[in-house]
Design a protein around this ligand. Structure first.
Ligand code: HEC
Length: 156
């Protein structure tokens, strides 16, 4: 064989090898990407067989939402307060009791945990109900109250 034809057959071999690799990757990608939606629908069918038969697309959304709730079932009072309450309570804006200021919180904490939480849920004077975020659950508001009070000399 001449050097040129050796080189050509080497190149041909490389082409075949590379080509079959790329082909294999494409096949693997296609093959592995297909089961994913199938898996999700299987999950939904397991969770809610009735609804899944009637309205699978809607059920997927509902199932995802409830899964998220389950995952976040450990409510972080700190996160909720940071996102919804520090706007006022971080700086004491509008004369709100400032987080960390024990003197301001003491008489409020003295009202009792339940009263304090219910004031936060329902609002009191210039304190808006749920800090103005109606989408918070009572538990989430309660967790935020407990966190804020405990940052401010309390032990709820
Ligand atoms: C728009 C500003 C604002 C936001 C946002 C806000 N608060 Fe308040 N908050 C106030 C003010 C003002 C007061 C003082 C009300 C008063 O006693 O006159 C107050 C008071 C409170 C009190 C004391 C109630 C009592 O019985 O003395 C609690 C508890 C409380 N807020 C919790 C929260 C929680 C929890 C959030 C977030 C979910 C939040 N606040 C968000 C303004 C706010």
């Amino acid at each position: 064989m001449s050097k040129q034809s050796e080189l050509r057959s080497l190149l041909e071999t490389i082409f075949v090898v590379v080509g079959s690799f790329v082909g294999a990757i494409i096949i693997i990608t296609l093959a592995t990407s297909k089961p994913e939606p199938a898996d999700t629908s299987t999950m939904v069918v397991e969770n809610e067989p009735m609804e899944a038969n009637v309205q699978p697309v809607a059920v997927v959304k509902v199932a995802e939402k409830s899964d998220m709730k389950k995952n976040s079932s450990v409510i972080s009072g700190e996160k909720i307060a940071q996102a919804n309450c520090v706007l006022c309570h971080g700086s004491g804006m509008m004369n709100s009791p400032k987080i960390g200021d024990s003197a301001q919180w003491e008489p409020r904490i003295a009202q009792g945990k339940e009263t304090l939480i219910s004031h936060a849920i329902n609002g009191i004077r210039t304190m808006p109900a749920k800090g103005g975020n109606a989408s918070l659950s009572d538990e989430e508001v309660g967790a935020a109250v407990i966190w804020m009070a405990n940052q401010s000399g309390g032990s709820l």
